[in-house]
Write a protein that binds this ligand. Structure first.
Ligand SMILES: [Zn+2]
Length: 190
């Protein structure tokens, strides 16, 4: 069940988790209510999730993944990857992998709450906009891609954590460095 309560840039932003707070309270960092170390880990896990999904999905060349020094900026992490087929399910799964990795990490770390789950969804609004640009894609179809995304992340979870940890230290990893850490192949540039 989706709840069309949140809007981003004037557009409804359906979330799978039910918002309990007034909309005005939705700054994603405030909503997370994590300490600085936990918050940095959440951003690193988000980016690592994208990176692993790109490599494990086998549909992209991963160029780099990075984490900003100052996390209080709108874009505080980034992944650059060149997809072979931008409309393939693997590409959409890679878009979903950031927010789903954070949701999984919150559960594993014993930190999951409704508010934090929604914060992870809000933090992924650029990712969802990208996925929704695929012809025929809808919020409901995108939501259906969360299951295969979760399966992929679960199968590669130790790699997600290892890349997040390396990212927290190094702030920037090339695709080949991520491939080295995880043992996953990084395809040639398309
Ligand atoms: Zn993302």
């Amino acid at each position: 069940m989706e709840h069309n309560v949140i809007t981003i840039n004037g557009q409804p932003y359906p979330t799978r988790n039910y918002p309990l707070l007034p909309i005005a309270a939705y700054g994603s960092r405030d909503l997370y209510n994590l300490n600085d170390t936990q918050y940095r880990t959440s951003v690193a896990i988000h980016e690592a999730g994208h990176a692993i999904a790109h490599l494990a999905g086998g549909n992209a060349h991963l160029v780099h993944v990075s984490l900003a020094d100052d996390l209080d900026v709108e874009v505080n992490g980034a992944v650059e990857a060149w997809s072979y087929d931008r409309h393939a399910p693997a590409a959409v799964i890679a878009d979903c992998a950031g927010e789903r990795a954070v949701d999984m990490w919150l559960h594993i770390a014993g930190l999951w709450t409704d508010e934090r789950a929604i914060a992870a969804e809000i933090a992924a609004h650029f990712d969802r906009a990208l996925a929704l640009a695929v012809p025929g894609m809808t919020h409901a179809l995108l939501r259906g891609m969360h299951d295969p995304t979760d399966d992929l992340l679960a199968a590669h979870w130790p790699s997600v954590e290892a890349v997040a940890e390396a990212l927290i230290t190094a702030r920037h990893l090339t695709g080949d460095q991520v491939a080295h850490i995880t043992g996953l192949p990084n395809r040639e540039q398309p």
